[in-house]
Structure formats: C-alpha cells, structure tokens
Design a protein around this ligand. Structure first.
Ligand code: 5GP
Ligand code: MN
Length: 326
C-alpha cells in the first residue's frame, strides 16, 4: 500500500480538485468528504476545491461550511484531481462523470467490496472503521483544527454506531480521543446527529418493527416499507436510516433485512449481520456491496422475490457456518 501521507502529496496548489462520496450519503460519507474538503481548503488555499454530494440530512448542518457542498453536476469541468471517498466510482452518482474525466483519480475507502480501489492512487483499508478514520490518517496533525475534527468525529461515530460495532479498534478510539481534544461538544453531536429521531422517523421505525417477520427458525428478520406507506408518513429515504440496526438487535437474530421501495418493483435493501453471515458477499451477489456486517444493494422484483432470493444466500451461509462449528 502506498504510504498514506504521500496521497496528499499528489495534490498541487494550482490544481482544480473535486471530492465526492456515495449516493444517499450517510454520516461517514458526509463527515469524511467534509473533513477532507475543510483540510484541503486550508492547506491549499490557492487551489480550486469543490465537494459534490447529494444533499445531506438536516442533522449534518452542524458541520462547518456544509452549505458549500455542490449538488449540481451539470457543469462540464475537467478536474486535475478527483477524489472518491467512502465508495468506488460506480456509486458517485452524478459526480461520477468528474471522476471519469479527471486527469488524476484518488480513491479513499474502507469497503471490503472495493478492495482493489478505483483510482490511479488508492488508499483502501477494510480494517478501518470508517472513511473518516482513513482521511484522518492522511492529515498532518499540526494542520488540523476543531472544524475538521468535528466532521471526522461525526463520520466515525456514525460508522461505528458510537463505538459499538465490531469495526471499532483501539486505533479508532485513539483517533477519536485526539479528535475530541480539538474541543467539541461531543455528547451533543452524538445525540443530535446519531440518536435523535424526528417524529416521522419514529413513526416509520415503529411501523417497520411492528410488521417485521422472523423466519429461518428465528435466525433472520425482515421488514419492508412500501412507497404508499412512505407517502402516508411523509417519509423520505433518509428517514429509513437506523431501522435495520434496530431489527438486527432482535434476540436470536443472525441476519436482518430491511427494504424500502424505490420504484415499481424496485427496493433498496439494507443487510446487517451479527457475525455468522458475510452480508457484503450476499449484497455483492445482487450487484451491491459494503462490509461483512453491514451491506446493501438495490433489487428488482416483488418484495417476496427479493426476500426469497436473499434468503437462499443467507441460509446457505448460516448452514455452512453451523456445519463448520459442529
Ligand atoms: P446501508 O444499509 O446503511 O444503506 O449501507 C450499509 C453499507 O453498505 C454502507 O457502507 C454502504 O455504503 C454500503 N452499501 C449500501 N448499499 C450499497 C450498494 O448498493 N452498493 C454498494 N457497493 N454498497 C452499498
Ligand atoms: Mn463508511
């Protein structure tokens, strides 16, 4: 792996630089892109630095200069460097064209489904808790500040479920400790960006839990929210975040599936595992990806088709796991 400090040496103060993360950006995606953006703005003041993302959820407005995010990719610009963060190029959405056209491309990611990296220069480490952790590692400590630290801290708490998931390492906690050292009201950040739910989100969560179904002898749980229900509650895709995590902690469950409808016979699927099932592998089979314990994909068909297809793969893995430990 290329020395990580060298990655930022690929950038020049005369460059036009674009940063982008994945579609439907989550906390780590917003935090890592904004952390990198704030850092480059500061360290390369004469470079043109643009950050492209779909509009983040309102809870992330506590991140400084969030309003500078560009959501419109209609301008034809050939960037000197384009940096894809927390994703491979295929999930950059409209900003993918800037990545494809850029003279130099860099990829910073921690998804096991993107081991090779999609850039000319890659910094991909699936052992990292978050893309924010990787972005932190690129930075010179003396050039960091409270704004950058806050963005990265938010990224880390979101991808580790506030240091609860198994991707949290001693290294993650060391970085988090350094970040809070820059001064931030971290209990407030954790509460307001991670735990707090809107009334609508709680309604949809409640509905999803109420209608969830246990199957595979209680080893698997599934819940689906269709378009009509989303409209009834006035809920957006962003409001579905966190539902699958709640399903995952059902006692006895090894694998949780949450799906919400995105179109006629089309569903966005979120998968979570408690360790026995590699959901990145399941999602990859259906054209998606992610991490061993948290992954996703988009599937077509009725929701029954989707569940049947997913279950086959999940059950195969669970059976072979149980066979191995016998
Ligand atoms: P979530 O279920 O929260 O949407 O996503 C869980 C993890 O899987 C995240 O790291 C996310 O980036 C990844 N992921 C979700 N959907 C997809 C997808 O369609 N393709 C790929 N490659 N990764 C996905
Ligand atoms: Mn991430």
């Amino acid at each position: 792996m290329k020395n990580m400090k060298k990655i930022l040496e690929e950038l020049d103060s005369r460059d036009r630089i674009a940063i982008s993360g994945h579609i439907r950006p989550d906390g780590d995606c917003v935090g890592s892109c904004m952390g990198l953006y704030l850092y480059l703005k500061k360290t390369l003041p004469t470079a043109q630095v643009d950050v492209y993302l779909e509009k983040p959820a309102p809870v992330f407005s506590c991140i400084d200069r969030l309003e500078e995010i560009k959501t419109d990719c209609s301008a034809e610009i050939v960037y000197d460097v384009c940096i894809a963060v927390d994703t491979a190029a295929d999930r950059l959405g409209d900003a993918e064209k800037y990545f494809r056209a850029a003279k130099k491309t860099i990829n910073i990611d921690h998804h096991v489904s993107n081991m090779q990296g999609c850039g000319m220069v890659n910094y991909v480490n699936p052992a990292a808790s978050s893309a924010s952790e990787l972005v932190y590692e690129l930075m010179e400590e003396e050039l960091m500040d409270a704004s950058i630290a806050k963005a990265l801290y938010i990224g880390i708490i979101h991808d580790t479920g506030v240091f609860q998931y198994s991707n949290t390492t001693p290294h993650t906690l060391t970085i988090a400790a350094k970040l809070i050292g820059y001064g931030m009201d971290f209990p407030k950040l954790i509460n307001e960006t991670f735990y707090e739910k809107t009334y609508v989100q709680n309604h949809v969560l409640g509905r999803a839990l109420l209608e969830s179904i246990l199957f595979m002898d209680g080893r698997c749980i599934v819940s689906v929210i269709d378009k009509k229900t989303m409209e009834f509650y006035n809920a957006e895709p962003k409001d579905m975040d966190g539902i699958v995590s709640q399903l995952r902690i059902t006692k006895g469950v090894e694998c949780a599936i949450f799906m919400y409808q995105t179109g006629q016979q089309e569903y966005k699927v979120s998968l979570r595992s408690n360790g026995k099932v590699d959901v990145a592998e399941v999602a990859a089979y259906f054209g998606g990806g992610g991490h061993v314990r948290a992954a996703g994909c988009t599937m077509r068909g009725t929701y029954h088709d989707c569940i049947n297809n997913l279950s086959l793969h999940i059950e195969k893995q669970l059976d072979s796991y149980e066979e191995e430990v016998k």
